[in-house]
Design a protein. Structure first.
Length: 95
């Protein structure tokens, strides 16, 4: 799926899932047991829950592997000091 935007890829997968789910719902009378009927009925709910678990796991993994940037931290400290000095000069803050 080269060249597609993320939302387009998501829509393609969603349409494929919904088409398969609707096909399973239409052939549900041929289902051998009540368990398969329950699985088919609640498949969209499970799909949304699994998407949420995937999103949470991705966020947790990316936060855990986030790299420190000492250069950026030093630059931010310098900018904060400059901003405080400018605010003192303009008498906005008084220490």
């Amino acid at each position: 799926m080269m060249g597609l935007l993320r939302y387009q890829v998501f829509l393609v997968y969603g349409v494929v899932f919904l088409a398969a789910w609707q096909g399973a719902k239409m052939n549900q009378s041929e289902a051998p047991s009540d368990a398969s009927r329950i699985v088919v009925d609640f498949a969209p709910i499970w799909a949304v829950l699994l998407l949420g678990v995937y999103a949470a796991a991705t966020i947790i993994y990316n936060v855990m592997t986030f790299n420190d940037c000492p250069e950026a931290a030093a630059e931010l400290d310098r900018q904060v000091k400059e901003a405080k000095a400018e605010m003192r000069k303009r008498k906005v803050i008084v220490d």
